[in-house]
Design a protein around this ligand. Structure first.
Ligand code: PLP
Length: 414
């Protein structure tokens, strides 16, 4: 019998080793293979339990298999999955209404990933400048250490050259300025700039919050030059910082905002939000994607959005953030040889690695995992914590306990 037709293909045993044999090696995943999860609890193939303080890289904001989201997805799965762009659907219309009513935006475009939302934002900015000012206004300004996705355009706009090496020739007319540097922004955001793209809090680049004065200056410079100000809120948005979107906490409003990650709680969906005038730039036929805002994705996003966009939910994120920051500050005091500082916003927090452990955030991550705590890194010198926004105080205490056990082990072995 043809092995491909044998039904055991769906049930045969697989291991971490299988990854090394058949996946393109773009990732180096952990040795354990997660099989089941609920809330912040997760179990691997051997039945070992982990407390998940990664939420799938700031994605599963409502926790794994959240019953409200599961119910919505299941209901929609039994109703209508997909149509294609020749038809609209009720969930996407409701989602667009909810997201525009809650934000500065008048128009929404839906797609499937953060990179795609940024791609749409950048294409919109280029086309807007082209239409309104002419093709000379094409320069894009971005910031060092930023991360905007992995398509060729977005990875070129991102400010980490390690991700573009070997992929040249890159799209031209992209400049990277130091983050939080007002003088550099003033000197370089000139009339030939069509877009300034910035993460209000840099996530992948080391959990670095933007200064309010810096973001305000970017707003002023974009107003002066006619450049489009794009806030990449793929990581910082959807309640992660304690505001629905980080721009609200900063009091600086962009022209375009991108959202993904937590928007779908793990279901692939992303949004680009913008104003009435800018939205008209992407007229019929200028941009699109097969799955963008399909009924399944839109239903999940609408349910997640409605759950997070509640004052009590966001107030709890702020409260949990203060509790976690308090624990981490004490940890820095107790382990000065491992960490020097806590930084970040809301429940997107980084522990900066001290000199004796420089370059070893991955080792700390592995040690935590051995104790049953999943954490992230943000480069070699920052340990990143991004638990689900529904994290309880008891789970924060437990994470603190497990991280201390991991650090004690590392220090002993050093
Ligand atoms: N923008 C930011 C700020 C991100 O953190 C990420 C992913 O980490 C992306 C864009 C890319 O999103 P995706 O991986 O969904 O394409």
């Amino acid at each position: 019998m043809n092995a491909k037709l044998d039904s055991s293909v769906t049930t045969r045993p697989v291991t971490r080793q299988t990854f090394d044999e058949v996946l393109v090696p773009t990732y180096a995943p952990a040795n354990m293979v997660p099989v089941r999860a609920s809330g912040l609890d997760l179990w691997d193939q051997t039945g070992k339990h982990y407390l998940d303080f990664t939420s799938g890289i700031a994605v599963s904001a409502l926790g794994h298999c959240n019953p409200i989201v599961v119910e919505a997805l299941t209901r929609q799965a039994n109703t209508l999955w997909h149509l294609g762009n020749g038809y609209t659907n009720e969930p996407v219309l409701r989602l667009a209404l909810a997201m525009t009513e809650a934000t500065f935006a008048d128009r929404a475009f839906f797609c499937n990933s953060g990179a795609e939302a940024n791609e749409a934002a950048l294409k919109l900015a280029r086309r807007h400048a082209h239409n309104k000012f002419g093709p000379h206004k094409s320069r894009i300004v971005s910031f060092l250490n930023s991360f905007h996705g992995r398509t060729l355009f977005t990875v070129s706009v991102g400010g980490q050259s390690k991700y573009t090496e070997g992929f040249e020739p890159l799209p031209p007319q992209i400049d990277h300025l130091p983050y939080n540097d007002i003088e550099a922004a003033r000197a370089n955001i000139t009339d030939d700039v069509c877009a300034v793209i910035v993460e209000p809090v840099q996530g992948e680049g080391g959990v670095m919050p933007g200064n309010v004065e810096f973001l305000k200056e970017l707003r002023a410079l974009c107003d002066k030059t006619g450049a489009v100000l794009i806030f990449d809120e793929v990581q910082s948005g959807m309640g992660r910082t304690g505001s629905l979107f980080a721009y609200m906490g900063y009091g600086v409003t962009p022209d375009v905002l991108t959202s993904a990650k937590a928007l779908g709680n793990g279901y692939p969906v992303a949004a680009m939000l913008t104003t009435e005038e800018l939205g008209q730039t992407l007229s019929v036929g200028t941009h699109g994607t097969t799955y963008g805002g399909n009924p399944l994705a839109a239903t999940v996003a609408l349910t997640v959005f409605d759950t997070i966009n509640q004052p009590a939910f966001l107030a709890r994120v702020k409260e949990a953030s203060l509790t976690l920051i308090g624990k981490l500050e004490q940890l820095v005091k107790d382990y000065p040889q491992v960490f020097t500082a806590v930084r970040g916003a809301g429940l997107l927090l980084g522990l900066v690695v001290a000199e004796p452990f420089k370059g070893r955030s991955k080792d700390i991550q592995r040690a935590a995992e051995a104790q049953g705590l999943m954490v992230l890194i943000a480069g070699p010198d920052v340990l990143r914590l991004a638990p689900a926004l529904v994290v309880t105080d008891a789970q924060i205490n437990e994470a603190d306990r497990l991280l201390r056990l991991a650090l004690d082990g590392m220090i002993k072995a050093a």
